[in-house]
Design a protein around this ligand. Structure first.
Ligand code: FMN
Length: 203
């Protein structure tokens, strides 16, 4: 982030973002998103699906966020903790980026068969969700995905993108994940509407 970018960016100091990374090629852009969030002052905790780990390693996010990365509901932590619930207790916003067609389908139907989908269910009443979908145009336009999107929007889930552009499948169309800078500005817009939970509980 350049000096100019940083001065235009609202401070996210005190806000907690739960960044959930699912399995699409756009995963690599979420390393940049993590770095941008950290530079804006946000605390970032990353959770990843198994598929996401085929594209990018937890170590990348661990290094950029300077925090433990969560990959499983069965993962042991130092203290007894049900992290599929507790991670959303602290979060001011849950961001799913990239959001696969699969995770959108799971969220739209209340399926909780892994950490990320369980976190989404447990976010109810705790924090808003922002999805940054990314997929092949045919997957995006498929009636199932569009139905799932409408269902999620109806429940108040926020979305950004996907944009039109060059896709990893070497075609041009709608399905490209919004750029990290666009996602960051949407996250800021959503976060600054409310005081950070940390501040709220302290007062
Ligand atoms: C090379 C490759 C790229 C993929 N890219 C995407 C993608 O951009 N969007 C998507 O919805 N699925 C994509 N998939 C398919 C998902 O990885 C697959 O549906 C997976 O089950 C998603 O799991 P998750 O939602 O638990 O992360 C891709 C698969 C491969 C092998």
């Amino acid at each position: 982030m350049s000096k100019t970018d940083r001065s235009e960016q609202a401070s996210l100091e005190g806000y907690e973002v739960l960044l959930c990374v699912t399995g699409g090629i756009a995963c690599y852009k979420c390393a940049d998103l993590t770095s941008k969030l950290v530079q804006a002052g946000a605390g970032v905790t990353v959770a990843m699906t198994d598929s996401a780990q085929q594209f990018i390693t937890p170590l990348t996010f661990q290094t950029l966020s300077a925090r433990q990365v969560y990959t499983s509901v069965w993962q042991s932590s130092r203290e007894y903790d049900t992290q599929h619930i507790s991670l959303t207790d602290l979060a001011d916003l849950m961001v799913v980026a990239p959001a696969t067609a699969n995770i959108m389908a799971k969220l739209a139907h209340g399926i909780a068969d892994d950490l990320v989908s369980s976190l989404a269910l447990s976010s109810h009443g705790q924090c808003d969700i922002l999805l940054a979908p990314a997929m092949n145009t045919r997957m995006w336009e498929a009636p199932a995905t569009q139905d799932n999107l409408q269902r999620l929007l109806g429940w108040g889930v926020h979305t950004i993108g996907p944009n039109e552009g060059f896709l990893a499948c070497r075609s041009v169309g709608r399905g490209r994940m919004a750029e990290p800078a666009e996602i960051l500005s949407d996250i800021s817009r959503l976060l600054v509407r409310k005081p950070a939970k940390k501040h709220h509980t302290a007062s």
